[in-house]
Design a protein around this ligand. Structure first.
Ligand code: ADP
Ligand code: MG
Length: 340
């Protein structure tokens, strides 16, 4: 990186709003490593997500919103494990050193870091290399989050059992609809407040951290919805060696989505759209009431959408009758789907 590498770190990243002190991090930015001190009896939960310009976000997107979203999608992985966020690290490959852009990006990160008591504790910075065509390579952002969870209490994908109830938090498909608005100018006649809600679902997903922690000891399996329910529920089923029945009429759809999207397009967005970052989890029927009570106390909407059965794959139903449905989530290397 150019000579102002350390200046960029000092001005934009090692700021008190973003790199604030917490007891779990005795040493943060400035040395060769950060030192972490998880609570006694806890395991570390570690996850990394990379966001690449043109693949995960649009080149002209707002840097504040990008900063928020970059950290939120990572925190969502901690939520899915029932882990409490401790801190995060950040690697950047920058096409240019643009101070106003960096200031807004780091302000977006700082907003979410403060909300989740999860400071920045280190990272790396490099200039993007010229590509073969002579252009400078894309902006790449890579965040690694560190969380903690009491030993043995993490919510895994592999714990779903026949008879468990399948639930999802929040509503599905809003972020995918928001991306359609951003990218294609979809539904221009939609009322502004509803449009804003769909856009917000894309820019600032919920990342259900408190909800994930509340599900410890109750849920049998969990995953966060990054690629769409059809694909992500499939991961739980595969890891657990079970199948599922899902009732399409029970999928939680928001008022904004229903106002924007005709009925026949809604399942596609809700099941295959991706980017919702809600939680999908399974729970033994006898624990369902306790789950509903805990989530109600947190103000987290939860919907029961189906049940785990013997076998493999998902049987989609409408009013209890099996229905054929072709949906798939986004997959980077299958040559299909819309990049998000
Ligand atoms: P090293 O060369 O030993 O890997 P660097 O010179 O790259 O260390 O970084 C110096 C310090 O600044 C380290 O503590 C590192 O974690 C931190 N740092 C570097 N880039 C970032 C960044 N993008 N955000 C936060 N901290 C950073
Ligand atoms: Mg070093």
């Amino acid at each position: 990186m150019a000579s102002d590498e350390f200046d960029i770190i000092r001005r934009h990243f090692n700021r008190s709003e973003l790199a604030f002190a917490v007891p779990a991090v005795p040493l943060a930015i400035g040395d060769d490593c950060a030192l972490l001190r998880p609570s006694p009896g806890c395991e570390l939960a570690v996850s990394m997500d990379m966001l690449v310009e043109g693949v995960h976000f649009l080149a002209d997107c707002d840097p504040f919103q990008l900063g928020q979203r970059t950290l939120l999608v990572n925190l969502s992985d901690l939520a899915a494990m029932g882990a409490r966020p401790l801190c995060f690290t950040l690697a950047l490959s920058l096409p240019r050193s643009d101070a106003p852009w960096l200031a807004r990006f780091s302000a977006g990160l700082a907003r979410v870091a403060a909300q989740h008591h999860c400071p920045l504790v280190g990272g790396d910075l490099t200039a993007s290399a010229p590509t073969v065509a002579g252009r400078v390579g894309p902006l790449c952002l890579c965040v690694q989050v560190h969380g903690e969870v009491p030993a043995g209490a993490a919510l895994r994908r592999s714990g779903a059992r026949v008879g468990d109830v399948i639930c999802v938090t929040g509503s599905l498909g809003d972020a995918a609809a928001g991306l359609h608005i951003l990218r294609d100018g979809a539904w221009p006649e939609l009322a502004t407040p509803l449009r804003e809600r769909l856009l917000q679902a894309f820019h600032a997903p919920q990342s259900r951290v408190a909800t994930g922690m509340a599900l410890r000891g109750l849920a049998s399996a969990a995953i966060d919805l990054s690629d769409g329910l059809a694909s992500d529920l499939g991961h739980i089923l595969q890891a657990s060696g079970v199948g599922a029945r899902v009732e399409l009429d029970e999928l939680p759809l928001s008022e904004a989505l229903c106002a924007a999207v005709p009925p026949e397009q809604r399942p596609g967005l809700a099941l295959g759209g991706g980017d919702d970052y809600e939680l999908c989890f399974t729970v033994p029927p006898q624990q369902l009431q306790a789950v509903q009570a805990r989530l109600a106390a947190l103000g987290t909407p939860v919907s029961r959408i189906g049940e785990i059965v013997a076998g493999s794959g998902v049987q989609w139903r409408r009013a209890g009758v099996p229905t054929a449905l072709k949906v798939r989530g986004y997959n980077h290397f299958d040559g299909g789907g819309a990049p998000t």
